[in-house]
Design a protein around this ligand. Structure first.
Ligand SMILES: O=C(O)[C@H]1O[C@H](OP(=O)(O)OP(=O)(O)OC[C@H]2O[C@@H](n3ccc(=O)[nH]c3=O)[C@H](O)[C@@H]2O)[C@H](O)[C@@H](O)[C@@H]1O
Length: 402
C-alpha cells in the first residue's frame, strides 16, 4: 500500500503513505541523549532540524519546533475548507488533522487536553493553515468554518468512566454547543458516535437500524447514553433547524494509541513487548472487530463530503474473540522480535481478569450502508495494522520515550 484515502463526492482525501508515516511514526520524535549528545541548550545541526531529545538521567525532555513543516497541497481558495476539529489532539482527531492538513485545508483544533496531547499535533503549530486552541467544548465557542468534525469526548472505558458526570456533560453540552455553532455558521456538522450505542447487542452484526440494548444506569452509560443523546440532539437540530448533519458510528479502532490508553490493542501489544502477562478480561469469548486508523479517517472524510444524513457504521467486519486476538497479537509481536533478533524467552502468557460490568459480549460492524453510500470498506488487515503498531511502540521503547 502506498497511499491512503481516495476521491469521493468531489473531495480528494488521498495522500502518500510515506509522507503520513513520516509524521506519525517519526522515528526520532524523541531520542535519548548519549555520551556524544550536546548538553541541554547546546545547538547542533540535527537539533535545529527537528529532534526533541530525552535525557534519561535527569528524566527531562528538550522539545524543539520543526524548522520545516510537512508539505501540504496547494488548494485553490474556493476548494479550500475551513475545518474545525473538536478533540483534534486525541488519537483519532490528530490523524484526521494530519490528513486534512496534508490535503491543504485550514484546520482549527479545539481540545481540553484531558486525554489528548499537544504533542500529537505539535508538528503543525505555527503553520499558517493551522490553529490550536485549548478549549473545553462544554463552553460555547465561535468561529467561522465550513465543516465541523465533532470528536471531543474521552473514548477509552477507563478514561470515560474516570469522571462519568463530565463524560455525559461533554457529550450533551459539547454537542449542543457545536450544533449551535453549525446552525449559526451553516457549517456541515459530523459527530463521531460509537458502536456503543448498540450496547450489549441482541442483533448481530449490528446494522444502523438496530436501536440497541443499553443499560441506562450502568458504568458505561455515561458514554453510550451520552452518545445516544448526542445523536438525538444532532437529529433534533437537523429536523428543527435544517442543520446539515452526518453521524458516524465508529467501531473499535486502533493505531498509534497512547500506550497507556487502556484499550485492548495497546494493552496487549505493550504487555507482550514488555514480557508481561497479557490480561484477558472474562473468559475471552467476547468478540470485537478492529479497524485501523487510516480506514477510519478515510470513512469519516468520505461521510463528511457525502450526502448521507443517516447514521453510518464505520468499522471492520473482521470479528475476533478477545482470546484469539490475544494469541494473534502475541504471534505478531514475536514475529517482529524474531526479525529484530530480540525474541525473549520464556514466552509471555495470557492471564484472566474479571470481565468489566456490561462489557458487550459481541460486536461486529455491518458495513453494508457504508459500502453502498460511501463506496468505503476497510483496506488494512489486522496483521498489517498491528505490525505497524508493534514497530512503533518498539521504536519508542528503544528511544526511552515509553
Ligand atoms: O476501541 C474503540 O474504538 C472502542 O473502545 C471502547 O470499547 P471496548 O470494545 O470496550 O474497547 P476495549 O476497552 O478495547 O475492550 C475490548 C474488549 O477487550 C477486553 N479487554 C480490554 C483490555 C484488556 O487489557 N483486556 C481485555 O480483555 C474488554 O473487556 C473488551 O471485551 C469504547 O468504549 C468505544 O467507544 C470505542 O469505540
Amino acid at each position: 500500500m502506498t497511499t491512503v484515502g481516495f476521491e469521493r463526492f468531489g473531495f480528494d482525501s488521498e495522500v502518500p503513505l510515506d509522507v503520513l508515516r513520516s509524521i506519525y511514526l517519526r522515528p526520532h520524535y524523541v531520542r535519548s541523549a548519549n555520551a556524544t549528545s550536546p548538553k541541554p541548550g547546546e545547538k547542533t545541526k540535527e537539533e535545529l532540524e527537528s529532534d526533541a531529545i530525552y535525557y534519561p538521567d535527569s528524566q527531562s525532555i528538550s522539545y524543539s519546533t520543526l524548522t520545516r513543516f510537512p508539505p501540504v497541497k496547494l488548494v485553490a481558495p474556493e476548494k479550500r475548507k475551513r475545518v474545525l476539529v473538536t478533540g483534534g489532539a486525541g488519537f483519532v482527531g490528530s490523524h484526521l488533522v494530519d490528513r486534512l492538513m496534508l490535503l491543504g485545508h485550514e484546520v482549527t483544533v479545539l481540545d481540553n487536553f484531558f486525554t489528548g496531547s499537544k504533542t500529537t499535533v505539535g508538528h503543525w503549530v505555527g503553520h499558517p493553515n493551522f490553529e490550536l486552541v485549548r478549549h473545553d467544548v462544554v463552553e460555547p465557542y465561535m468561529t467561522e468554518c465550513d465543516q465541523i468534525y465533532h470528536l471531543a469526548c474521552p473514548a477509552s472505558p477507563p478514561h470515560y468512566q474516570f469522571n462519568s458526570v463530565k463524560t455525559v456533560k461533554t457529550s450533551f453540552m459539547g454537542t449542543l454547543n457545536m450544533l449551535g455553532l453549525a446552525k449559526r455558521t451553516k457549517a456541515r456538522f459530523l459527530i463521531t458516535s460509537t458502536s456503543e450505542v448498540y450496547g450489549d447487542p441482541e442483533v448481530h452484526p449490528q446494522h444502523e437500524e438496530y436501536w440497541g440494548n443499553v443499560n441506562p444506569i450502568g458504568p458505561r452509560a455515561c458514554y453510550d447514553e451520552g452518545k445516544r443523546v448526542a445523536e438525538t440532539l444532532t437529529y433534533g437540530y437537523h429536523r428543527q433547524d435544517g442543520v446539515d448533519v452526518r453521524v458516524a458510528r465508529i467501531f473499535n479502532t486502533y493505531g498509534t494509541l497512547n500506550p497507556f490508553d487502556g484499550r485492548v490493542v495497546s494493552n496487549f501489544i505493550m504487555q507482550a513487548l514488555r514480557g508481561e502477562d497479557m490480561t484477558i478480561y472474562g473468559d475471552g469469548s467476547q468478540t470485537r472487530s478492529f479497524q485501523y486508523i487510516h480506514d477510519l479517517v478515510d470513512g469519516l472524510i468520505a461521510l463528511m463530503n457525502s450526502d448521507e444524513t443517516r447514521p453510518v457504521n464505520i468499522g471492520s467486519s473482521d470479528e475476533f474473540t478477545i482470546g484469539d486476538f490475544a494469541l494473534l497479537v502475541r504471534e505478531i509481536v514475536e514475529k517482529v522480535q524474531k526479525e529484530d533478533g530480540t525474541l525473549p524467552t520464556p514466552r509471555v502468557q495470557v492471564i484472566y481478569k474479571p470481565l468489566p460490568t456490561n462489557d458487550p459480549q459481541k460486536r461486529r460492524a455491518d458495513t453494508t450502508r457504508a459500502k453502498q453510500v460511501l463506496e468505503w470498506q476497510p483496506r488494512w488487515t489486522v496483521r498489517m495494522g498491528v505490525e505497524e503498531m508493534v514497530r512503533y511502540y518498539k521504536a519508542k521503547m528503544a528511544e526511552g520515550s515509553i
